[in-house]
Design a protein around this ligand. Structure first.
Ligand SMILES: [Zn+2]
Ligand SMILES: [Zn+2]
Length: 425
């Protein structure tokens, strides 16, 4: 037997409706905020992520699925959603259209992580990108979208907010960090010693307990922001207040990717017993230019769908079941089966979710199967029903039967559904 690769998961037929629910709400909410979907390939040239995500990040250094294709090109399965969208934006000249450009995506992402931590190597993300909005209002819009969606999904979350400044203020901050860590170098993990030289900000992101403890009293970026970055951050706060989103400023949020500038944020669950980030994002004003496009501000977020489903479970959120099978047509004999087969085809064309036997079962077994798949109604077709053109529509929940002309079955079922019956699940 061949098993599923480590760190991946099947979504089985009985659980896919839960995914549809989250994806539908995500699409609906994004639509109400006037975003359109963009779909980019599952793999890109490795160079895109080296330049876009940053060569000093964990994602690029340790976690990418990179391989040579048959023509010896270095290809990488996308480890996050933003770089591909940025590439597409530049390549397709999307700045020539209506700006700001508001987009969302639902995509698999791949990271070679240790699955023991409950992290998957393939997971799925709902992400949002807005290009061409310079002001803090665009940051507020993106945060509002995430907040609305998480609330609709039944999750209680808190917003943690920070500004990472721009390259101007980052210079002073990096110096302050180097000064702070200079007498702690020996206590830092080997990776952080490299970070100390290359990009000391990343030390704040380290998952090692020893490094985490050393970061507790590190200088705060919020104290090193230049005038423009400070003004941007101060404009964002009242906008969030106005729409009733409370937040906590956390000066140590730096996010795991190099492209962030100014606003960064995380939504964290406040549900009892579970901690952790549900959604993370921020502003990336230099990403497009670093990939060779015209300087264009960007802001967005990503949320992991598996994680959201897990938290919905833990929070006891009840996901509405999918539409039940409206009618099961049981048949007796070959002629009845053929009549049943065309009946089911016709009913489906008329919008009725209908089913019949595909396993050569007897009538009794067909009724059992109808019950197992949760059919709302069942009719049995035999010689009598075919010659009279009338059948008995049996309500499986109550056991009550009603005589209905076979030709009027669709009408009858659609009518009863409109009246709110058939909510079996
Ligand atoms: Zn700045
Ligand atoms: Zn470290």
């Amino acid at each position: 037997m061949i098993n599923i690769p480590k760190g991946t998961k099947d979504v089985l037929p009985e659980e896919s409706f839960r995914w549809h629910y989250v994806e539908r709400l995500a699409r609906e909410t994004a639509g109400q905020y006037c975003l359109k979907e963009i779909r980019t390939p599952t793999f890109e040239h490795t160079e895109l992520f080296l330049r876009g995500v940053g060569e000093t990040t964990d994602v690029v250094n340790k976690e990418m699925y990179t391989f040579l294709d048959k023509a010896e090109r270095s290809i990488t399965l996308k480890p996050e959603g933003t770089a591909g969208v940025a590439r597409s934006y530049i390549e397709n000249g999307l700045h020539n259209g209506a700006m700001p450009l508001k987009m969302y995506y639902i995509t698999p992402v791949f990271r070679y992580e240790n699955p023991q931590k409950g992290r998957l190597r393939e997971h799925h993300q709902f992400g949002v990108e807005i290009y061409g909005g310079n002001g803090a209002d665009t940051d507020a819009e993106v945060i509002s979208l995430a907040h609305t969606l998480l609330t609709r999904l039944g999750l209680s979350v808190g917003l943690h907010l920070n500004s990472m400044g721009c390259p101007t203020c980052r210079g002073g901050y990096n110096e302050a960090l180097r000064a702070y860590f200079s007498d702690k170098l020996e206590k830092l993990c080997p990776t952080c010693r490299v970070r100390y030289e290359k990009n000391p900000l990343r030390i704040l992101d380290c998952k090692e307990e020893g490094c985490k403890a050393l970061c507790k009293d590190a200088p705060k970026i919020t104290e090193y922001l230049c005038e423009d970055c400070k003004a941007h951050f101060e404009k964002l706060k009242p906008l969030l207040d106005d729409i009733g989103i409370s937040y906590e400023v956390d000066p140590y949020i730096v996010r795991g990717l190099d492209y962030y500038t100014r606003t960064v944020f995380e939504f964290v669950t406040t549900a009892l017993g579970s901690q952790g980030t549900v959604c993370g994002g921020g502003r990336y004003d230099n990403l497009i230019s670093s990939l060779g496009g015209q300087p264009t501000p960007g802001v967005g977020f990503g949320m992991g769908i598996e994680r959201i489903l897990m938290l919905m479970d833990e929070s006891g959120v009840v996901i509405p079941p999918e539409e039940p099978v409206a009618l099961y047509v049981a048949t007796m004999g070959e002629e009845a089966y053929r009549r049943g087969f065309s009946l089911v085809t016709k009913l489906r064309a008329e919008g009725v979710k209908a089913e019949l036997d595909h396993a050569g079962r007897g009538v009794k077994a067909q009724f059992k199967y109808a019950d197992k798949i949760g059919a709302v109604y069942v009719v049995a077709l035999g010689e009598n029903e075919i010659s009279s053109g009338v059948c008995v529509l049996k309500d499986m929940a109550t056991g009550v039967g009603k005589e209905v002309a076979i030709d009027r079955l669709a009408e009858e079922i659609l009518q009863s559904r409109a009246e709110g019956k058939g909510e079996r699940g």
